[in-house]
Design a protein around this ligand. Sequence first.
Ligand SMILES: C[S@@+](CC[C@H](N)C(=O)[O-])C[C@H]1O[C@@H](n2cnc3c(N)ncnc32)[C@H](O)[C@@H]1O
Length: 287
Amino acid sequence: MTPSAPKSQVRAFYDQVGWKEVSAGLYQNAKYEDLRPVSREYIEKCHLRVKRYLPPQGKYLLDAGSGPIQYPAYLTYSEDYQYRVCADISIVALQEARKRIGEHGLYVVADVANLPFKDEAFDGVVSLHTIHHLPREEHPKAYRELYRTLKPGGSGVAVNGWGWARFSRWVNLPIRVRKIFRRLRGALVRRLRGGQAASKGGRSQAQAQLKVAYADKYDYRWLLEHVGKEVPLEIRVWRSVNTSALRFYIHPWLGGRGVLRALFALEERFPRFLGKHGAYPLVVFRK
Ligand SMILES: C[S@@+](CC[C@H](N)C(=O)[O-])C[C@H]1O[C@@H](n2cnc3c(N)ncnc32)[C@H](O)[C@@H]1O
């Protein structure tokens, strides 16, 4: 892929698939989240962690890769700001964001690696699950852009999942084994049916390209090596387990809510360790 190809794919994915409403206020993209009641309290508390590291008030909060501001907890980040500046590569994301926050928002189609804002424009900055959609060579630039546009005395938060992390690797091991087993079983079934299932549906190339959005992920060492030398970063935990792990282990009949309360307490106790080794870090930068 040329450097701009991933961005075109990501934009097309969110315009045509990700931000398509599947029911009132619920987007197709929410399939990547665990929306079951048993996990709701934990997920909400993790979302609210972001707010702790942002200045509580100000004139402008930048939300870089805002999407439609899809979860209620996200709204709290800018509740005491005059404006939330939503910047996104997807016009559909911004149209949906406008439906949610109307005049409180300012909406700009923009690339997080080339922000069209002057230096030190924002009191606070958030960028959630967005930088990973850039080609890797542009990740340092995106962090520099978030930092450049932040006012001295301000702070920002970026959240993106790790591609490799010690704690989540072990947590997710049984899920990977199950996946391999299912693939093998699927291949066997197709073989027994004489290959019919493989061509089932006849998915076009364009449809196949929009199945998932391009993403590039790594571990905390890469981030510290390639970004941490230029932008002062602090790595804390946002959420130590991913959606697959929640769906696999957490169930009401297994005391799921209590398990997640204990996990949250563990994350509060070891935020730096689980930030580096859990599934998703909360990366704080202060200026
Ligand atoms: C996974 S969604 C996250 C949306 C929102 N931050 C959230 O957490 O719900 C990623 C968002 O980033 C946007 N995006 C992807 N690449 C971008 C880029 N280079 N510049 C700005 N926005 C981008 C997508 O259009 C999409 O709305």
